[in-house]
Write a protein that binds this ligand. Structure first.
Ligand code: FAD
Length: 403
């Protein structure tokens, strides 16, 4: 039997659930399918920016329901040479950054989508999809045929829906690639603060350690394609990275690895990828929406998911051209500009001296330290100065998320 929906959402990660919850709250019949069974892990640094936090709050995700949730007050950045600089978020004004295991966060996000009224089918993979003048027709394992006037592609970096809709990018493997590992038993500086190390051979990429509320840390490193270290060489770097003196001084020597390390690509070209195809709108990693400088993509996934849903709601079922044009316009005028600015900052970080200069300037005074931390963690849109349509009262001075 065919399941008819208002919108089919492929992928129940943050992007898909944000789209589905927005649609369901507006009374639309949103069917979400994901090939994985939840709770499922996602290779990630588990860092949540001030860009992601208010959107999670809007979705209805309660940090108290996530055991590994950890608020972060201080970010310590080590330049390629010289002493690390501590960047502190404003105190007593809400949370500006946090970390939470994706296996728990994404399960909470799915719960929030269900609570909003979306029908989420996990363990159900999209197998094929095609569209005609009136509908998208999809075949979903375990569910059969699903038809809808719209489909939202929230199916991640390798987006099977993109292939079905004929807009895959042949040979595309993302702008960067990153390793992640959980550790237990690290020393106290790593348990308390969020650390970023600019190692000369990884530039413009970096290594990180993000503290979790269950005593573990998420450590990893990312490299950019075209940098000094190739994706093939990453395993070799990984073998010795955590024993490098600067990292060992923070992590200690007594840690134990929890589970295997895992790696995954990071797509970051939202300004140069087809965002729509007929009745399909792509969001999150399927729209290559991550920040090219930091690799953060949870906030961008939530933002694009909600934007796609709003465009569909405003256009109605019979006007796909209106919906796709509105969605593209919103992304091109906002997130794409932010990511272009971030990409231009990457040029500075490609070279050791540029990275050192950047950290020194950012750390020059208490004011630069505080505001750099807020800019870095997307407390306001990166390119806010260049996009007046996003200016509003309190955009630079408002309190943090999760008040
Ligand atoms: C190592 C690493 C570290 C990172 N660190 C951070 C960080 O600290 N902070 C941050 O904000 N971002 C980080 N990111 C980026 C972030 O993980 C992604 O941008 C984010 O997960 C994108 O969310 P999404 O919902 O678009 O996709 P995903 O979370 O990838 O979800 C896609 C979903 O689609 C499903 N799917 C795939 N194929 C099918 C199919 N055929 N049928 C049905 N469903 C399907 C998958 O099962 C999956 O659940 C990191 C990425 C990497 C690789």
């Amino acid at each position: 039997m065919t399941r008819r929906a208002d919108v089919l959402v492929v992928g129940a990660g943050p992007a898909g659930c944000a789209a589905a919850a927005t649609l369901a709250r507006a009374g639309r019949d949103a069917v979400v399918v994901d090939k994985a069974r939840f709770p499922r892990d996602k290779v990630c640094g588990d860092g949540l920016t001030a860009g992601a936090l208010p959107l999670l709050e809007e979705l209805g995700v309660d940090p108290a329901s996530i055991p590994s949730w950890q608020r972060v007050d201080d970010v310590v950045v080590a330049p390629p040479r010289g002493r690390p600089t501590t960047f502190s978020f404003p105190r007593d004004r809400g949370t500006y950054a946090a970390a939470a295991r994706r296996v728990e966060l994404d399960a909470a996000v799915v719960d929030a989508a269900r609570a909003a009224g979306a029908e989420v089918h996990d363990g159900c993979a999209l197998e094929s999809a095609r569209q005609d003048d009136a509908l998208v027709r999809a075949t979903v394992r375990g569910l059969g045929e699903v038809t809808a006037p719209y489909v939202v592609g929230a199916d991640g970096m390798w987006s099977p829906l993109r292939k079905c809709m004929g807009v895959a990018l042949p040979g595309y493997r993302g702008e960067s690639h990153a390793f992640r590992q959980y550790l237990r038993g690290v020393a106290s500086p790593a348990r308390r603060d969020l650390w970023v190390w600019f190692e000369p051979d990884l530039l413009p990429g970096y290594a990180w350690s993000f503290p979790l509320g269950d005593g573990a840390v998420n450590v990893g490193f990312g490299i950019h394609r075209g940098g000094r270290v190739t994706v093939r060489e990453m395993a070799e770097v990984w073998r010795s990275l955590l024993r490098r003196p600067r990292l060992a001084a923070v992590l200690g020597d007594d840690w134990e690895a929890e589970g295997p390390h895992r790696a995954w690509p990071i797509p970051a070209r939202v300004d140069r990828i087809p965002l729509t195809a007929g009745r399909a709108l792509f969001v999150g990693d399927a729209a290559a929406a991550t920040d090219p400088m930091t690799g953060e993509g949870i906030g961008q996934a939530l933002e694009t998911g909600m934007a796609a849903a709003r465009a569909v709601l405003a256009a109605g079922p019979g006007a796909p051209d209106t919906a796709t044009a509105a969605y593209e316009r919103e992304v091109r005028r906002g997130l794409a500009r932010d990511n272009q600015l971030a990409a231009s900052m990457l040029r500075l970080l490609r070279h050791r001296r540029g990275a050192e200069l950047g950290v020194r300037l950012a750390g020059a005074t208490p004011w630069t330290r505080r505001n750099f931390a807020r800019w870095m963690f997307e407390d306001y849109p990166r390119a806010v100065l260049a996009t007046p349509h996003r200016w509003h009262r309190g955009v630079l001075t408002g309190p943090g998320s999760y008040r």
